[in-house]
Design a protein. Sequence first.
Length: 713
Amino acid sequence: MTGTALQLQRVANELRFGNVGLAIAEMETYLAAYPQQQTLERLNGIKAEYELMVDYWRRGVKDPQLEQLYQHLLQRVYVLYGNVASYHHTLSHPTLAGIYSRVRIERQDWSLTDIRKEMEDFVSDVAMLELEMETVRDEKRLQLYKDHQIQMNNLFCYVLTSRMWSDGVGHDFEEILLSPTIDGNDQQLLVSAVTLALLNQYDIAKFRTLVNVYRRSQEEKVRQRALVGWVLAMREEMRHVYPEQEELVLSLLSSKQVCEELTELQMQLVYCLNAEKDTHTIQQEIIPDIIKNNNLQFNRFGIEEKEEDPVEDILHPEASEERMEKLEASFGQMMNMQKQGSDIYFGGFSQMKRFPFFYDISNWLVPFYVDHPDIKHFLGRLKENKFVEKMMSTGPFCDSDKYSFVIAFQQVIERIPEGMRKMLERGEASMGGELPKEELQTPAFYRRAYLMDLYRFFRLYPNRQEFENPFDITHNELGRCEFFSLWLFTGSPLEPYKDHIVRLLKRQKLERNALHLLDSYSDDHHTVEYYMWSGMYVKALELEPDNEKALQGYAREMFNNGLYEDALEAYDELLMKHPDKSSFLLNKSVCLVNLKDYEEALKILYRLNYEHPDDEQVNRVLAWTLLFTHQTEQAGKIYQKLVSKEKVLAEDWMNNGYCCWVSGRTDEAIDSIRKYVTAGKVDMTFFSFDRELLEEYGISETQVKLMYAAVFS
């Protein structure tokens, strides 16, 4: 972090805690080092008002407007800081600096009145095309969309690099985003521009705009983009500067639909962050099976069909059917991942983001439309292809991937075998995973597709480091994407929905995030399930004494804490309800072993061994108990079976070593313990022997040292 950034961070820290006076002082320090005359004049004006307020306060004057005035000054300092920080961030990054300069040089006047008129004129001009003669209509249409695309890309870049908005500017943008006379695609694109600007520098006017657009828009795709935008932009550190943020969000939560959409969004964000892991699963496990079992081969000339081997058909007539079954299973696994919310196309399409189409930053987030001038000529070559038409209309792709698909497909179509190409043109083949039209038109799908667009931008855009990345998981498994634990949702109408998210986090093995979310629960929502998730089994049993899962958790907790008598009592209680449950019996026997009641433990273990002779865990506990009762021959037989398996647990080598050692077979013991060290990758610094067992057999300290040296020499 540069000196400039560090000094600005000091200003931000004081603002975060609501310290107007100290924020002004830090801002003065910054401006002394990096002079900006206009900013200094505004700061001096704020400082004069602040000092006047302080003077009245120190003289004991009771000002009923004190709180309101202080808050107003705090926000004015923040706006001043926000403009400086935004400008500094922009000029510190080449791409943003270039965008900032270009759009302001190419167009001096960015009047919102003129912008709105241009956007409305575009809609009118498109409608008027129907009145044109057919011979000139296509040419005029192409030019109209080309000019409009340039205009919208520039407007996107202008909004992206805009400074703090006044309430008036926010209101005017809000009306543009809500107007029925403006193209919905343009509104979606502008919502994305506002979102990126807001992520780079928090601005209450932009935040308010997104919240109001989400609440009021009649265009569902616009609503869902606005929802994603304000959710990812929420900042806990802004609670002192802008209490309005909390008021705006809480005003939405009276709606059950909003609570349900926020819950769905939180779940979708969790799945979104799994894209890399899902891609690895697909590329390392599923795709090799598909390639292995299909009838195609890939070479430098494209894709070719393999010739059938008649001899193979005679020798192995069932092989073709088996390959087809495995192929279907692989596709089925991939489709199941998609149904569960996985982004199964990220890996494939991530290789297709280097086309010139993506040089314009707005094209990463522009909704897909067939008149986009940058793909119009590609679609012209594919206009008779039913496969492309089907993929664009029913494929579960985000907009970014649709553009990638069209550009890439027209480049490879000529290299596809003719028979397959004809099938594609007739629409007789598909990539699988197509969705019903009604599912493609749901708020949940719109939101999911947009998240995929955003994720691709923040993961694949060449200069993505210049943007505040909400998907950054450097310091947290979910980063900013886990928003349910924010302070403003504690005790809110959203709280009952948190249970759904905790269950998902538990399924995804995101235990730390699950605990973080549980910490945000209000006291009123401390249910049995909450205590179970938090590992507070005693509390859970106080609410539901007969809850078996809570009792099992309590038993495990007592065992892990070395409180074997309490654990034994809990397992006895569980066995009263399920006297033949082997897991409870085994756990009870382990408690008895730790309490040195070997006789009772062996009664249970012999029974379990008789009923489940191949249960390795039962055999391990039995062998260990036999060791402590000096029945080394019987224990040795069990350990020999365990270490002769194809896959041997490291601990089995160690325990077999103990058995050999106390039986006088020292060389075998050394060899077995060495295998334990190798298999378990044990660091000799932290290695130790089980002294309790060795003392039981009279193994001296000297013998232990000799064994240690022999193992590690």
